[in-house]
Structures are given as structure tokens and as C-alpha cells.
Write a protein that binds this ligand. Sequence first.
Ligand SMILES: Cc1cc2nc3c(=O)[nH]c(=O)nc-3n(C[C@H](O)[C@H](O)[C@H](O)COP(=O)(O)OP(=O)(O)OC[C@H]3O[C@@H](n4cnc5c(N)ncnc54)[C@H](O)[C@@H]3O)c2cc1C
Length: 487
Amino acid sequence: MTENDTPARTDAPLAANAGYRRPVVAIIGGGVSGAGVAYHLALGLAETPPAIIVFEPRREIGRGLAYDTLDPAHRINVPAARMSLLPDHPEDFLEWIERNDAVADDPAAHRPDGSLFPQRHLFGAYVAAALLPFVQSGAVRHRRALVTGVTRDGRLWRISDSQGGQTFADFLVVSTSHPSPLTPRNLAVLEDHPRFVADSTVPASLDVIGKDDRLLIVGNGLTAADIVASLARNGHRGPITSISRRGLRSRGHAPFPQDPFGEFEEAPAHSATLLLRKIRQTIADASNAGLTWHAVIDQVRGHGHAIWQNLPVSERQRLVRHLRPFWDVHRFRIAPQVEDVLNEAVDDGRMEVLAASVGQVRLEGDTIHVSLRRRHAAPVDRTFDAVVVTTGPAHGGILDSQPWLTSLRDSGHLQLDPTGLGIACNERSEALADGTSADPSLLIAGPLARGTFGELMGLPQITEHAAFVAGELAAKVKAVSRVRSSS
Ligand SMILES: Cc1cc2nc3c(=O)[nH]c(=O)nc-3n(C[C@H](O)[C@H](O)[C@H](O)COP(=O)(O)OP(=O)(O)OC[C@H]3O[C@@H](n4cnc5c(N)ncnc54)[C@H](O)[C@@H]3O)c2cc1C
């Protein structure tokens, strides 16, 4: 049930007692972050609910980019037992799976160590199912439209959308997280090539790749791994070259279940160098205790907010500049089923992983000649039939990715975080309007708030943050309601 047939203007008085207008919370982006905020807000203010409107063009709210996929090769990359919409109840998704017998037709989801790595769409189904009662009751309204414009109108936000709607809201939440990747400059020449995939997250974009095509994948992270797994499933047998600047591949999961190990919260490091030293020392201690690095990185993730808070901005920038590639491959672990496919392709000699960047690109008909600039080695030339870009969402370009975001920046309401990881906000997740002053009516939810909150990409942190933003909003909504009902 969506709002598509409802009148476009949603600023009419919403409560029975004329004169009182329920506060309106507009959430732009209904992936897990936006859906999570709506869910926790509706749950927390069940007695005196605001009008909660989620703008999301996808069929259901709760899926977003990651979980709106039917490709069976796409699996969650952390065990189901650690993915939940409820921060206080980490096993909620697992229990939902059991209640619905949801992996009955997918024996490969079960790992020998007892953990479960289901297909990704299942997590989307779980979040959408959690939201459904709220959507059906009208507590959360799904406006199936793209937001095209946002302006200030007195004390309200005026939101225009692709269905011709105008919505006025007291509070605005930006949770549009992942923009498309940027095409590396040297690949711009391929723009019109029939087998150039600039954004592999566009549904069916890989269909243009033939079974015997020689393929270049630019980027080596989890999306690249997904692509190799999807193509293998569809019978691709051509050679694959996968490149990234350092040639690092996402690491696999721990060989056995372990609790997080180490302490990073109580005496947090104040510089990138000290933090790195502490992590290395803790990994050595973990090893002496019979554990692996996984337990330490899990603890760093869990303590990520405290660690980040205690680092000056210049040290945060150093971390992002120098350590991010290493952090990403240890922290974003590959699903074991996908790792098996990748290992097989490498072992069979069908896939090479190079530390390289794209040099000169030359077209001969549809054949693509690429000079690969290798790190600490001579360049090599390779010939390809298809190229896919998987360099990851261009978060640093978020404010240029959609006209309404650009206009909010140009009108002084939004600005890029100094680390380049997303949108600047304070510790209450309120957007920092012009340098330092925060706008209490404009909140940032999800990975776009990473510059302030640190680690905020994996599900556990995403749902914690969504619940936090919902709590902040609940307090604001109550304050506005009090003022309105007494005037
Ligand atoms: C491919 C992929 C797989 C992942 N797998 C895992 C995993 O297995 N485990 C894990 O812990 N983490 C995983 N992650 C991490 C992931 O970032 C988070 O889990 C989470 O999905 C982020 O959700 P989000 O709602 O913040 O962002 P998104 O999923 O990007 O959702 C943003 C939503 O905003 C909407 N939107 C954008 N612009 C507008 C507009 N103008 N108007 C209205 N709506 C708009 C989009 O349609 C989209 O649905 C994965 C990430 C990706 C990209």
C-alpha cells in the first residue's frame, strides 16, 4: 500500500481537532536507514504519533540498494544472527527466518559452523514485513516517488516529488545513503560502449556481458565479488581482470565464532598512529589468546563511535586517506559462498587480481584496449570486451548527486563533512547548516552521517543509529506537539 493515489498536498490539518496540526516528519530515502527511523519513531510515539512520510520510489520500504535484489548469488555478508532491525534484540532476523521457514529452499545458506548467510533479498523482506503493519495502519505513509526539490518555507520544509506532490514537513530526514559510483576519468571514452557498465547496481545491467567476454572489473570490493558470483551463476567463462589501487581483496569470516576482543572505548587513542598501534597490539594479544584478528576488528567496529569521537578532524582525515582501504577489506567481509566462487575463479586461472589503475584506454571497434598502471611494477596492456565499474558509492560527491541536495548545499542548509565521507552533522545527527550552527529540523540518518559517527555502514550500527535518530525526532515532535496543543 503506497500513497500514490492520495492527494499530492499533505500539509492539511491531520488531527481531528481543527486548528491542531500534527507534526510532520518527512524521510527521504526508504532503505534500511530511512525505514529504521520510521519504524522506531512509529513504535516510540504510538500514543501521539506524528505524520511519518517516507519518500521512496522502490516498491517496498526497507530494502534500499543492498536488499532490493532477487539475484540468488547476492548474500548478506555478515551472519543472519548479527543483522536485526532491533538493536536490543540482535537475533530478531534469525527468529523471523525460523518462524517463516524462509531458507527452506536454500540449503547453501547454512554454513558448516552453524551460521546462516541467506540471500540478501530475504533481509529486505524481513525489514519490509516489520514496516508493513505501520504502513497498513497509516502510521507510516510510503510515498512512492523520488524527491525532486526541497526548499525552506517559513518554519516548514516544502518537498516536491516526481509524482507532482508538494509536502510540507516540520522535520526532514535525509537517508539517501548511496549515490552511484563515479566513472574513473580514463574510462569516460567508454560512455557509449554497449558493454560498459558504469553502475552495476542498476537492475539487469550485467545482462550485456556475454558468456565468453573478457571482463575488466574496476574495483575489488564486495560489489566486485557479487559480480563475479552472479556471472559465474549465469555461465560466464571468459577471463576476468579485477583491479584496485592496492590489489586488496575483502577478507573472509573467522574460522570459528568469537566474541569481540579488546578495549578501545575507555582510553581511546587520540591519533591515527596510536590507534593503529593499539589495534596491532590487540591483534597480537588476541592471537596469544587463541583468537584471530576478526575478534579485534569486530570490537573496533563496536567501539567505533567512541574511537571516532575522540579523534580530531585532522586525524580522522588521515585515517580515511591512509588506512581506509585496509580497514574496508577487513571490516567488509565476504560471504563464504561468494568467497568460494572467487577462490575457484582465481585457482582455475580465470581471474587475476591486480594492484593497478586504469591508464590509457583505446577502442578498436567494440574491442577495448586498456593499459593498466600497476603499483610498483611496469604497466601491462590487456584487451577486454566489457568493463564494469565497482569503485563504490561516491559519498564524497553526495551533494552533487541530486539537484535538491545541491540546492540545499547552495542555500546553506547542507555541507560536505570534512572527511568527505558524507554530510556534515553534529552528535545529534542534525545537519550543520553553515559551518557550525546546527539545524534542529534537518537530520541525517545512516551512512551519510559517518563523518561524525565513524563506523556506520554495517547493519548493527545502521539500526542503532536509526533508533537513535528516531529518539531525537521523538523528543522534537513531542516539544512541537506540546506547543501546538497549548496554543
Ligand atoms: C550492495 C550492498 C550490499 C550490502 N550488504 C550488506 C550486508 O550484507 N550486511 C551489512 O551489514 N551491510 C551491508 N551493506 C551495507 C549497507 O550500506 C547497509 O546495510 C544499508 O543497506 C544502507 O541502507 P540505507 O538505507 O542507508 O541506504 P540505501 O540502501 O542506499 O537506501 C537509500 C534509499 O534512498 C532512496 N532515494 C535516493 N534518492 C532519493 C530521492 N531523491 N527520493 C526518494 N528516495 C530516494 C533510494 O531509492 C534508496 O532506496 C551493503 C551495502 C551495499 C551497497
